[in-house]
Design a protein around this ligand. Structure first.
Ligand code: CO
Length: 137
């Protein structure tokens, strides 16, 4: 199996104020916190909080055009936004998803994500209303 040694990489949570949220998560669960970085291409500020087997990714929209700003309008206090699974070869995975009529968001091509690795998102309509990110590792 292509992805048998792969893991869930992170769970992402959209937040209205990333500084405040990062502090709260850090204090509540004694997590290690990364620096806040800006991902221009994804329209977000991002920070990672590390737990032993999982990272929590906090996302704050850069502006109203951000892909997560509508989500925050519906969930003003923030909320779970996506789950990121690691995959071996993202292009092969994309092709096999297309064969199964599972839709990729955007133009269907990988973008560079928060870890400088290629990522794509699967349409939530195709996976139980859940937004799933795939990251090549
Ligand atoms: Co993510």
């Amino acid at each position: 199996m292509e992805n048998e040694n792969k893991k869930i990489n992170h769970i992402a949570i959209a937040v209205p104020d990333i500084k405040e949220a990062a502090l709260k998560w850090q204090q509540a669960l004694n997590m290690k916190k990364s620096e806040i970085t800006i991902l221009e291409e994804h329209g977000v500020k991002v920070v990672f909080l590390e737990f032993s087997n999982l990272k929590i990714e906090l996302l704050e929209p850069l502006d109203n055009e951000s892909p997560i700003s509508k989500f925050l309008e519906k969930n003003p206090k923030g909320g779970m936004h996506h789950i990121c699974f690691e995959v071996e070869k993202i292009t092969e995975t994309i092709n096999s998803l297309k064969d199964k009529n599972i839709n990729i968001l955007g133009d269907g091509n990988p973008k560079i994500g928060a870890h400088d690795k290629p990522v794509v998102f699967i349409h939530p309509n195709d996976l139980s209303g859940t937004l799933v990110e795939l990251e090549e590792t």
